[in-house]
Write a protein that binds this ligand. Sequence first.
Ligand SMILES: [Zn+2]
Length: 160
Amino acid sequence: MPAAQLAKKLKMSIRTPHDITDIPEEHLQELIVHGKNRWSAVLLKAEQPHNHLIINNPTHSEQRKESNVFHEISHELCEHDPDDVEIIGGLPVRRYCPEKELQAETLGFTLHLPKDCLFWAAKNQMNRTDISDYFCASSELVRFRINATGIERILKKRIP
Ligand SMILES: [Zn+2]
């Protein structure tokens, strides 16, 4: 399932800094020019559950943006409290301890490329490039998930 679809199911909206209409120009510059490598995606939690906003970094690749959303959703699903909050371009960027980051990363990768999707892809004769394109996932992520799921061993078939 694409990240945007999962976010929608969880009643989260995905936006970019450009969508924030009253954002000051200097903040926008910090978010998309000077500070663009200092953040991936920001989760803005609303008072009422199910109105959360994910602000995604528009300067990243499509694959990375897709991963960013799965990652932020994972922090939320794991009910992680941030260990620190850094303000970048006026946005509160949540920072987590390495253990929480590892949890969110692992869950995010799994949500991005679930085992069932890899089985389906293999059944449909997709190669790694096809999988990468279809699921908007980096080649590193495709390789990582193929190894982590042991799918080639299970199917006794190499995914080229
Ligand atoms: Zn994180």
